[in-house]
Ligand binder design. Sequence first.
Ligand SMILES: Nc1ncnc2c1ncn2[C@@H]1O[C@H](COP(=O)(O)OP(=O)(O)OP(=O)(O)O)[C@@H](O)[C@H]1O
Ligand SMILES: [Mg+2]
Length: 276
Amino acid sequence: MHVLAVINNKGGVGKTTSAVNLAAWFARMGHETLLVDFDPSAGSSLHLGFDPAANSASTLCDYLIVRDGRLGEHIHATTVSGLSCLPSEPSLGEFYEEVQQGDGVEFFLNRKDIPEKFRFVICDCPPNMGSLAFNALSLADFAVVPIQTQYLSLPGLDLTLEVVDKARRRLNPSLKLLGFFGTHFDRRSAVAGKVLDLLRQRLGSQMFRTVIGVNSKLIEAFQARLPVLLYAPRARGSEEYRQLAKEMLKRMNRIAEQKKDSPKPTRGDNEWKHLA
Ligand SMILES: Nc1ncnc2c1ncn2[C@@H]1O[C@H](COP(=O)(O)OP(=O)(O)OP(=O)(O)O)[C@@H](O)[C@H]1O
Ligand SMILES: [Mg+2]
């Protein structure tokens, strides 16, 4: 099982769109995949057709209340074959705070609770770096960071890197930064091109080659409550997420190969800290 946390402390950069569409492509490529929605605003749950307002499906919040280890009861099949969802709802944030104050339980979702049949688990994180984001990072193998290709995105990047580093030092020594990718890229804009160049200079090979362009089909797919590969299979946005999913799979395979030959990372390992 490989767990990926899609994380960036900045709001609206494309975390949810990326989590849902990458998860859908992993499933379409034949890998049993679970999307876990850690965000109380429930964007990826909605995207996959689980509307908290309709109150029809049990959620991560229901699991938090019972915490009986039977996570599978809150996992639901989606419209994409091989893709399941553990949805969220707005009260997740509130309950989380209460539970934490009540008995000091810091993380309610543990890796051992996730059914083993899943080859990939994609965690959609909230934009704030509170306990829910740290819970996702505590169980992740990899963090992936979408960056909106605008100048304004650059200063905030350090905070995301610090959070991933902190999670790695304090909670999860095996957490790795899989890479960064540009989103909302406007091909006609010289400014977007310059930002992408800056990101590539600064982050080097940590940047995925694939960039997600501005594509209205991605917005329409959200409104239709479908991943773009079902809503508009020929859309550029769908093809770009397919390419990105392939790149991520390759990178994970390469890391797994390297790991076979090298010792496990230890608490405090810091080889990517120079990026911050
Ligand atoms: N490549 C894209 N082209 C056009 N619109 C996009 C693209 N990616 C995302 N969007 C739209 O931008 C908005 C923000 O995207 P999204 O919800 O994925 O970001 P987020 O980082 O999850 O936001 P939040 O931090 O609020 O959870 C949404 O309306 C989404 O449909
Ligand atoms: Mg989101």
